[in-house]
Design a protein around this ligand. Structure first.
Ligand SMILES: O=P(O)(O)O[C@@H]1[C@@H](OP(=O)(O)O)[C@H](OP(=O)(O)O)[C@H](O)[C@H](OP(=O)(O)O)[C@H]1OP(=O)(O)O
Ligand SMILES: Nc1ncnc2c1ncn2[C@@H]1O[C@H](COP(=O)(O)OP(=O)(O)OP(=O)(O)O)[C@@H](O)[C@H]1O
Length: 490
């Protein structure tokens, strides 16, 4: 990429989240990830070139030096900072504006600094591939938090029974963020149990929200649409996927072939999520077990027996296990972290110069990782303990908000693959690559906001489920009253 010859016509809109916007190159397998600002005060709130550069450098450092050792080198592409010509960025911003989804237009792309992150396009296969004409399929999953927290600091018991994602759904529905409740439960996806994982992915397909996307040849073909009332078109998706599962189309003698295609597709995703074990090592892969009682969410629509009696563990090196273990660095929950945050704030009031020694705002280097890893297991009342726990919490928060990209390519019929590239020898042959993206550090200053949000989510969940229970009781009572009238004629 020649930075002095950048042409906006070589790039197209690819996607965006809350904090960044991504464009992809038309020929090369690269993307640019640019920062975003709230549109109402973009002129005032934008960062100087130097600040934006520092911000993106922090993202790269956090990804490289903190998240990579925790999640595993092979899953992570941290990218490199590039300085783009401002004319190019402004023209690019104008070019892509009409393609942006309405729900993201409360923010504008950074056209002031010229700084961006250049990354491989993970929706495409980077190695030249495999004699098959079909373009690669890429599945993006934002799995969210996969365990029930445990902490003696809880003020509400329901946090031990219902996971944060399922509780949050009620608040999101009430605030109008989404129009339907998702039946997806992260604890099912992270269970390692194939039946539970299958159903979790099925629920993501039925209601993708911002947790599930599919790309074909780098183009988005399935996600939540701007018209949130509209249900996802699974028949159209099956049609798109049919060429990858020719065998499935013939199943059931043509009866509901779309279902057979989606069924096989889900199984391939499950296999990729559970893969990662080095086949060359002898013996069975080591497993990660969640402590009993922390892997079952009472709000999951799955049948209790399936959840309680199945086999629930993850192969140790699979992407889900690595993400889950990092999420579980949050061992105190926000209710335990908030008092430690206040301890740090008090300390910094007295000794403001300590901010840099304690690496509150970075740098995200070996020193930061040491503080995170060597945090004492018991609270000795020190600021060092508080800082270690807060650093752990922040890495865990990043892992709770990251996304997994699984890129799949069909192998040509006579292809000979390296053994760890093949998913399931008895099924259609796919090679795959699994990556983790969006590993930005979560700001230390956001802890008070997270504390308030947590209590809002829990209180709203309790109110809305109690209201429903009361309504159900009243309905039952009214039904009984109806019966009384029938059986006691006047
Ligand atoms: O708080 P949550 O769980 O709602 O997560 C936020 C996400 O909402 P979600 O629930 O996934 O729809 C939210 O995603 P959306 O903008 O809703 O797609 C962001 O990822 C946000 O992170 P950041 O502030 O941009 O760094 C996320 O905030 P963090 O809590 O990870 O900082
Ligand atoms: N390297 C990549 N290759 C291909 N697509 C990418 C890449 N990085 C990001 N994307 C796409 O761009 C979208 C937005 O990127 P990203 O999730 O990093 O944004 P964000 O603003 O940080 O998200 P969040 O809302 O979680 O804070 C992703 O959902 C993904 O579809």
């Amino acid at each position: 990429m020649e930075l002095d010859k950048m042409d906006e016509n070589d790039w197209k809109y690819h996607g965006e989240g809350n904090k960044s916007l991504v464009v992809s190159h038309l020929q090369h397998s690269r993307v640019l990830r640019l920062l975003k600002y709230p549109s109402e005060d973009a002129e005032q709130s934008h960062q100087t070139t130097e600040q934006a550069h520092r911000h993106i450098q922090n993202i790269v450092d956090f990804s490289n030096n903190i998240m990579k050792p925790l999640l595993g080198e092979k899953y992570i592409h941290s990218g490199e900072i590039v300085k783009l010509p401002l004319d190019f960025v402004r023209l690019l911003s104008l070019k892509i504006q009409q393609e942006r989804p309405e729900l993201r237009c409360d923010k504008v792309m950074d056209t002031f600094s010229g700084c961006a992150l250049c990354l491989p396009n993970l929706t495409q296969f980077n190695s030249c591939h495999f004699g098959d004409q079909r373009p690669p399929i890429c599945v993006e999953i934002k799995p969210k938090c996969g365990f029930l927290p445990f902490s003696r600091h809880f003020t509400k018991d329901c946090k031990r029974k219902v996971c944060r994602f399922c509780m949050h759904q009620h608040l999101k529905l009430a605030s109008g963020k989404w129009k339907r409740l998702s039946r997806y439960c992260p604890l099912d996806l992270f269970s390692g149990n194939k039946q539970r994982m299958y159903i979790a992915i099925k629920h993501l397909l039925e209601e993708p929200q911002n947790n599930f996307k599919i790309f074909k040849g780098g183009e988005l073909i399935f996600s939540c649409t701007d018209d949130m009332e509209k249900e996802p078109d699974l028949s159209a998706l099956a049609q798109q996927l049919r060429p990858y599962f020719p065998h499935a189309s013939g199943l059931y003698n043509g009866y509901q072939p779309g279902k057979a295609v989606l069924n096989e597709f889900i199984q391939v995703i499950c296999s990729a999520l559970l893969s990662g074990w080095d086949c060359s090592r002898a013996g069975e892969p080591r497993k990660v077990h969640l402590p009993e009682g922390r892997a079952h969410c009472e709000a999951s629509p799955l049948h209790r027996d399936l959840v309680r009696n199945g086999n629930h563990c993850l192969p140790k090196d699979c992407v889900l296990a690595r993400i889950l273990q990092t999420q579980m660095l949050d061992s105190l929950d926000i209710e335990g972290i908030y008092p430690l945050y206040k301890r740090i704030e008090q300390h910094l009031e007295e000794y403001p110069k300590e901010r840099s020694r304690l690496q509150i705002d970075g740098p995200y280097n070996e020193g930061f990782l040491e503080k995170l890893k060597n945090c004492p297991s018991e609270d000795d009342g020190s600021v060092e303990y508080a800082v270690g726990k807060v650093h752990q919490y922040r890495a865990a928060m990043t892992a709770k908000d990251c996304s997994i990209m699984i890129t799949l390519a069909r192998c040509g019929e006579n292809e000979v693959l390296e053994p760890n590239l093949e998913i399931n020898p008895s099924k259609p042959r796919f090679s795959y690559s699994v990556s983790i993206l969006d590993l930005d550090p979560k700001p230390y200053e956001a802890i008070p906001y997270q504390f308030k949000l947590d209590s809002k989510i829990v209180n709203y969940y309790l109110r809305s489920t109690h209201a429903k229970q009361e309504l159900a009781t009243v309905n039952r009572f009214v039904e009984r009253e109806d019966c009384t009238l029938v059986f006691h004629p006047v």
